[in-house]
Ligand binder design. Structure first.
Ligand code: GDG
Length: 495
C-alpha cells in the first residue's frame, strides 16, 4: 500500500491511544487558567504528523492534581493547532501505587529484563497480591472503562493502540465489555523485551494466565524484535494449553480469536534530532563537553540510572582496559551522563551507590592530578546528552536487556567523529545495527574491555565504514515508519 492509500484508510478511522503517561501535563497558572506542556516521547512525535488528518484521543493516568482538574477535552496539539482529545483516568494514590510501584515496575519490568535474583527475589507476598488485585487489575479495568466510554462517542470505526507492560489486561476487559460486532481493532505494542517461557514460569500462574489471556485478546500484538515475537509465541505454547500457535504466520488462536504477532522496531525522529543538534539549546553545551574531554579520546554512555543498562559493568570494563592497555591512561576519558530514574525503588538507589563506588574505584586506582578517568554526571538534561553525542570516539551501550535502546540510534546520527558503537547483543537495536557495531555479550567485562580498545585504536577508514552503515540503517526507517507499519498491518489483515 502506498503512503496516500494508507493516509486515506486511516482518515476513515478514529485512533485511541492508551498509555500510562500521556502526551501532555497540565499546570494551573496564577490567574487560575490550566495550561499544558507537551511531552517529547517518540509516540507523541509519531502521532503529531497525523493529527491533522485523524480523529485522535489519548487516554492516560493523571500525573498531577492539575491533570485531574482537566479531566478530559480537546487541546491544540501541533504547530498548525490541529487538536487532539485528551482524557485522564484518575486512580487514587494507593491504587496507582500498587499498579505502578509494586506490579508494573518492580515485578514486570524486573521479570522482562532478567533482573531477578532468584534465591532472594522476587518475594510475592500478600501485599503483592493485594497490589495485583486492587492496583494492576483495577487500573487496567479503569483504562478499559474509559476506552469503552470514549468508543461510545467516537464517530468512526476505531483503532485502539495500547502501550506497554502497564496495560496487559486491558484488551481482555474490552472484549468482555463490548459485543463482537461493535469491537474496535486492538493493537498493543510492547516496548520492553519479552523473555522466553522459562522466565515467565517464575510468575504465579494466575498472574501469568491473566497476562497471556489479555494479550491474546489483542488483534495485532507488536514487539520490538523478531526474537521477542518468537518468545511470546513460545510462552503461549507453554502456558496457554488451549491455544493453537502457528509460528510461520505468527498467529495465536485462542478462545475463537486470532492474535497476529509482529515486530515493529521503534526508532527516533531523525529529522527533529538533526534540527535539535543545530539548535542554540544544544550548542550551549558543546564548549562544556569539549572542555571535559580536553584533547583526550572519549568513551561515552548515556542512560537512565537503571540496573538493566549495566552501567557498573561498563565501568569495570573500562578499568580492565586501562589495566590491559596502559597506553590509554591519561589519553582517554569516560563520560557517563546518567538521568535519575525510579530512585524511590530501593534497588535503584542501591544500584546508584554501587555504580558510583565502581567509578570511584577506577578513579582512585588510575586517576592523576590532571586526569579523572571516569566522570559521572547525574542529572536530567537532554540537550547536554545530545551535545555529548557529537563528541564520542566510542559509545557504550551494554545493557543486560533492552527493548530497543534509542541512544544507540541517536548516537550515529549526531556524532561528528565517526565514533564506534559498542552494542550489547541483548538490546533490540542489535537486530538492525549489528553490521555497523562491535557487538558484545553484556556480562563479559573482558570482551567489553577489548571492544573499547579496538574502538579506540580503529583506523579511520574502518570507523567511517561502520558509522556510514549505521547512519544508513537509522535514516532508512524513523519513528513515523514505526507508526505507519502498525496501521499497515491492520489494513493488510483487513481488521
Ligand atoms: C524504553 C525501553 C526502548 C538521555 N538523557 C536524557 C534523556 N535522554 C534520552 C535519550 C533517549 C531516551 O532518553 C532514552 O531512551 P532508551 O531507548 O535508551 O531507554 P528507555 O528510557 O529505557 O526506554 C527502551 C524505549 O522505551 C522506546 O521504546 O528503546 O528499550 O527501555 O532518547 O537520548 N532524556 C531526558 N533527560 C536526559 O537527561 N529527558
Amino acid at each position: 500500500m502506498d503512503k496516500n492509500q494508507q493516509e486515506q484508510s486511516i482518515t476513515h478511522r478514529s485512533v485511541l491511544i492508551a498509555s500510562n503517561r500521556g502526551p501532555v501535563t497540565f499546570k494551573k497558572e496564577q490567574n487560575g487558567d490550566l495550561t499544558f506542556r507537551r511531552g517529547t516521547g517518540g509516540l507523541v512525535t509519531a502521532l503529531s504528523g497525523l493529527i491533522g488528518e485523524i480523529d485522535a484521543t489519548w487516554i492516560s493516568c493523571a500525573m498531577s492534581e492539575d491533570d485531574k482538574k482537566w479531566g478530559k477535552g480537546q487541546i491544540p496539539f501541533t504547530e498548525n493547532q490541529d487538536s487532539i482529545n485528551i482524557r485522564f483516568i484518575t486512580p487514587d494514590e494507593d491504587t496507582y501505587e500498587g499498579y505502578y510501584n509494586v506490579i508494573a515496575n518492580p515485578l514486570l519490568w524486573f521479570l522482562q529484563h532478567s533482573m531477578w535474583n532468584l534465591p532472594h527475589s522476587p518475594v510475592i507476598n500478600r501485599d503483592t497480591w493485594k497490589a495485583w488485585e486492587d492496583g494492576y487489575v483495577a487500573v487496567n479495568k479503569q483504562f478499559s472503562d474509559a476506552i469503552v466510554e470514549q468508543l461510545a462517542i467516537t464517530p468512526k470505526p476505531a483503532i485502539v493502540m495500547l502501550q506497554d507492560y502497564h496495560q496487559y489486561l486491558v484488551a481482555n476487559f474490552l472484549r468482555q465489555a463490548i459485543p463482537p460486532r461493535e469491537r474496535p481493532t486492538i493493537l498493543h505494542f510492547i516496548h520492553i523485551p519479552w523473555p522466553g517461557p522459562e522466565y515467565w514460569g517464575i510468575l504465579p500462574p494466575t498472574m501469568r494466565q491473566a497476562i497471556l489471556e489479555g494479550l491474546c485478546a489483542v488483534d495485532v500484538l507488536g514487539f520490538q524484535t523478531n526474537m521477542d515475537a518468537l518468545n511470546f509465541l513460545r510462552t503461549c505454547q507453554t502456558y496457554l494449553t488451549r491455544a493453537s500457535i502457528k509460528y510461520k504466520p505468527q498467529r495465536v488462536w485462542y478462545r475463537n480469536h486470532a492474535t497476529h504477532v509482529r515486530s515493529f522496531p521503534i526508532s527516533i525522529d531523525v529529522e527533529m534530532l538533526k534540527n535539535f543538534v543545530d539548535s542554540e539549546e544544544v550548542g550551549a553545551y558543546e564548549a562544556e563537553i569539549a572542555d571535559m574531554v580536553d584533547g583526550c579520546q572519549m568513551v561515552l554512555r548515556i542512560d537512565r540510572i537503571e540496573p538493566s543498562k549495566n552501567i557498573k559493568r561498563g565501568f569495570q570494563a573500562f578499568e580492565e582496559m586501562l589495566a590491559l592497555y596502559p597506553e590509554h591512561r591519561e589519553k582517554v576519558s569516560f563520560l557517563a551522563l546518567l538521568a535519575p530514574s525510579r530512585l524511590d525503588v530501593e534497588e535503584y538507589q542501591v544500584y546508584l551507590d554501587e555504580l558510583m563506588a565502581a567509578a570511584g574505584h577506577v578513579n582512585a586506582t588510575y586517576g592523576t592530578h590532571e586526569w579523572e578517568p571516569i566522570r559521572v554526571i547525574v542529572g536530567d538534561n537532554y540537550p547536554r546528552a545530545i551535545a555529548a553525542l557529537e563528541f564520542y570516539d566510542v559509545l557504550l551501550v551494554n545493557s543486560i536487556a533492552d527493548g530497543m535502546n534509542l541512544v544507540a540510534k541517536e548516537g550515529p546520527i549526531v556524532n561528528q567523529r565517526d565514533g564506534v558503537l559498542i552494542l550489547s547483543e541483548r538490546t533490540g537495536a542489535e537486530e538492525q545495527l549489528r553490521s555497523g557495531a562491535i557487538v558484545i555479550s553484556p556480562c563479559d567485562v573482558y570482551a567489553t574491555a577489548e571492544a573499547m580498545h579496538q574502538g579506540l585504536i580503529m583506523d579511520y577508514e574502518q570507523r567511517q565504514e561502520l558509522a556510514t552503515r549505521l547512519r544508513w540503517v537509522i535514516n532508512r526507517e524513523d519513528i513515523r515508519d514505526w507508526f505507519r507499519k502498525q496501521l499497515e498491518a491492520v489494513d493488510d489483515l483487513n481488521l
